[in-house]
Every structure is written in C-alpha cells, then in structure tokens.
Design a protein around this ligand. Structure first.
Ligand SMILES: [Cu+2]
Length: 138
C-alpha cells in the first residue's frame, strides 16, 4: 500500500461523537478549504473530513459556514425532509442553516461551483472531494 493510499484512508471517514447540544442549542459545521481535495467538513474545532458523521440532539439549530474558495450548494440527500435556509452558499463565509426538530438520520452533500474569481488558478492536490455528511438526531 503506497503512502499516498494510506493517507487517503486515514482521512476518508471521521466519526465524531459530539456531546449533544442542550435543547434549543446550536452547532456549526464549516466547509473549510484544504490543499488536499480542496474542501472538507469540520464541526467546531474537530477533525477535518470529507465524510463526516455527527450526533446532535433534536431541537439543534445547525449552521453551515462555507469558508472554501468556491461556492457550495447544500443538498439534503436523505432523512426526514428539512427546509434549508439559504442553501446556496455562494460567497466567502456564506451561512446556510437547518433546524433539526425531528429525530432521525439526515444526510447531506454539496454541489460545488467554480472557484471564486479572486482564487482562479489556485492549486490543490488530487481530485476535489465530494462531501458527505451524516447527522444522527437523537
Ligand atoms: Cu473546494
């Protein structure tokens, strides 16, 4: 197994057990720009990962902040239907949000756009990650 492949596996999936927020609490997941794969999820100050699973308490207001160098449209790909507020995160530090009122397992991905003009020609390593997020709401 090459070093490159080993590294890929190491970052492939991070399971993050987050202490549940108090009822009516909030949580923030950032899409941050990374050299390798261009972008990854991060909850709070947690580990960076393109595939992330988190557990949150029902009633949590979940915010997404796009700090990548490209737009991301937040898409719900599974779970009880949610209303995503401002899903088109198409500028630096754009925020989308959902209110997790119902228990269940929710899945999200994003549809990335082109690099913002000011970052045109910016180099990253490897293919851009396709982001997948699983949120267990208990
Ligand atoms: Cu990116």
């Amino acid at each position: 197994m090459s070093v490159k492949r080993t590294m890929l596996l190491a970052v492939a999936t991070a399971l993050v057990a987050v202490s549940p927020a108090a009822a009516g609490g909030s949580a923030t997941i950032t899409i941050s720009h990374e050299m390798k794969g261009c972008h990854m999820w991060q909850i709070g100050n947690g580990e960076l990962a393109p595939n992330l699973a988190v557990t949150l308490k029902s009633g949590t207001a979940l915010r997404f902040v796009n700090n990548d160098i490209m737009p991301h449209k937040l898409i719900q790909s599974g779970g009880p239907k949610l209303t995503i507020v401002r899903p088109n995160m198409n500028r630096l530090s754009a925020v989308a949000s959902v209110k997790l009122t119902r228990k269940g397992t929710y899945r999200f991905t994003t549809e990335p756009g082109e690099d913002y003009k000011i970052f045109a020609g910016h180099k990253t390593i490897g293919e851009d990650y396709v982001l997948h997020l699983t949120v267990h709401v208990k």
